[in-house]
Ligand binder design. Structure first.
Ligand code: HEC
Length: 149
């Protein structure tokens, strides 16, 4: 679905396959009494490393695209909960007239089914970038704000 998510999924799947292979090998060479606890212990470190590994950008430094793909798309990709869908220029047109400031204000505060900041911990700059990115695909042409606001 989303490139980032699928990359994570692939890694987790890969880790899972390695773990299963390791568990199968271990079972073959040990009595069946290699109990569940032993298996759990062997599985655990692999899972922990793999979950920490994907370099999801640190909060505060995400690009608009990153934030949209990891957070906003949950609703805005499909138009879930009555959200204006990315790419649906007609749904966005009446909102774009508020200007970037107005959109940032309402996205920060939340609006009806939209939670404040889309339920994320985005900084104002990140939120702005996300809105610029999202609206740029929906008939808008706002300029991305400079690094220091
Ligand atoms: C839980 C679902 C959900 C998520 C997640 C979400 N939104 Fe929304 N968003 C909505 C809904 C629903 C609306 C329409 C609100 C209305 O006008 O009733 C909306 C509207 C908006 C609007 C237009 C506001 C206006 O004044 O017309 C902007 C801008 C926006 N979202 C930005 C974002 C950004 C940026 C993110 C990610 C950081 C995000 N949204 C994540 C549901 C969501």
């Amino acid at each position: 679905m989303l490139p980032l998510n699928s990359a994570i999924t692939r890694r987790l799947l890969g880790a899972g396959i390695l773990t299963l292979t390791a568990a199968a090998l271990a079972m073959g060479s040990r009595p069946k009494a290699a109990d569940d606890e032993g298996v759990a212990t062997r599985i655990q470190p692999v899972g922990r490393v793999e979950l920490a590994a994907p370099s999801v950008a640190v909060a505060g430094s995400r690009t608009g695209e990153e934030l949209v793909k990891t957070v906003c798309s949950a609703c805005h990709l499909t138009g879930a909960a009555g959200s204006p869908k990315i790419g649906d220029n007609a749904a966005w047109a009446p909102r774009l007239v508020q200007g970037l400031e107005g959109l940032v204000k309402s996205a920060t505060a939340g609006k009806n089914a939209m939670p404040p900041k889309g339920g994320s911990n985005a900084s104002e700059l990140e939120l702005m970038r996300a809105i610029v990115y999202m609206t740029s695909k929906s008939g808008g042409s706002f300029k991305e704000p400079a690094e220091k606001k």
